[in-house]
Design a protein around this ligand. Structure first.
Ligand code: FAD
Length: 318
């Protein structure tokens, strides 16, 4: 549990510079918080004496100067997806929990339901605006991009997977797909499928034997390995097998596939059959329907709902 002496609520990047300068000069150990979804105690631990809270820096907009989309660290994924899609019909292949903050998420990679099609979110990272402290102890704001001629390119590279809290305080992510050209925002990031065929099935723990469960896990892994191609028929199929603790009573598997594929229903059926092949325990279909992509990323409980059942590893928003 954290017991910071102060929480600095930053309203813009200059206030972040000021907070970093004052805390660095005072020698206080500080940490940054954006969406508050850290799995570790990097922010809430006894050594941290001050927290810089970036939840107010939550803009999502297009900046023609770069040209690139700006996602500020306090923006939560559900809002990022909604704003990018409603504004320009584009998206990022990021995580499925709508209350995760961009701040810690993108710098750690950002993996989600569209990653089989479009890679990680950092694959689309053009640059970062980040507050760093130089050797003389002076805090300043710098922009680092992937441009070959950018003297700060190494700093951009450090933000393509190293995780939050390592190199500085990110105040803006700049996003544009590699190879994207021109200035039309609608062409600078991936476009998601308009509709998804979604499915949730569950198995009762009471009917499961160790052998049946082993077969199920092996089937799932082997299917993923055999169908990992980004260009095969299953490229848009994404599935999460969620083997919650036995005290939950049952465990589930949620799946989505591009509903625009002419044989989407047959592909889904083949996948479900392959996963349950030889298990000997029937699954129950909890949900199967076509929903819009916008609905899927903000409301569909298969991927977005906090699972609060006993034994679950997912937690409600902090
Ligand atoms: C319920 C849940 C579901 C998740 N689902 C997914 C998923 O589908 N895909 C996936 O890839 N990940 C997922 N994650 C992991 C998530 O991406 C990471 O935990 C991420 O670091 C959370 O970012 P945050 O800003 O919400 O958290 P915070 O707790 O605010 O920050 C996390 C870390 O990043 C640092 N940090 C935060 N903001 C900044 C900043 N602006 N500059 C520098 N450092 C910063 C913090 O100091 C801390 O070390 C999930 C996590 C949870 C709790």
């Amino acid at each position: 549990m954290g017991t910071p002496d102060q929480v600095r609520l930053a309203g813009d990047a200059d206030q972040v510079v000021q907070a970093v300068q004052e805390l660095t000069s005072s020698g206080k150990q500080f940490a940054v918080r954006s969406g508050g979804h850290c799995y570790e105690d990097f922010v809430t631990n006894q050594e941290v004496r001050a927290v810089i809270d970036l939840s107010q820096l939550d803009g999502v907009y297009f900046d023609p100067r770069y040209p690139a989309f700006v996602v500020e660290p306090g923006a939560v994924l559900g809002d990022v997806y909604s704003k990018l899609y409603k504004g320009w019909g584009v998206t990022l292949p990021g995580g499925t929990c709508p209350t995760v903050g961009a701040g810690g998420h993108i710098v750690g990679g950002g993996y989600g339901a569209l990653s089989r099609l479009h890679g990680l979110t950092v694959d689309h990272l053009y640059g970062v605006e980040v507050v760093v402290v130089d050797a003389s102890g002076t805090a300043r704001k710098v922009v680092a991009t992937r441009d070959a001629a950018d003297p700060n390119r190494e700093l951009w590279w450090a933000h393509t997977g190293a995780g939050g809290g390592n190199f500085g305080v990110i105040t803006k992510y700049l996003l544009r797909s590699p190879g994207a050209t021109g200035s039309d925002p609608a062409t600078l990031l991936p476009r998601p499928p308009a509709n998804l065929l979604v499915s949730s099935v569950s198995w009762d723990w009471a009917s499961m034997t160790q052998a049946a469960f082993t077969t199920l896990l092996r089937n799932f892994g082997e299917w993923c390995a055999a169908n990992s191609s980004a260009t095969g028929p299953y490229a848009s199929l994404f599935s999460q097998l969620k083997p919650t603790h036995v005290s939950a009573g049952s465990f589930s598997m949620s799946t989505q596939i591009d509903a625009g594929l002419p044989n989407a229903a047959a592909l889904l059926e083949d996948f479900l059959s392959a996963v349950n092949s030889g298990v000997g325990v029937a699954y129950q279909v909890q949900d199967q329907r076509v929903i819009s992509w916008q609905h899927a990323v903000t409301l569909w409980p298969g991927f977005t709902a906090p699972d609060t059942r006993p034994g679950s590893r997912r937690s409600p928003p902090i």
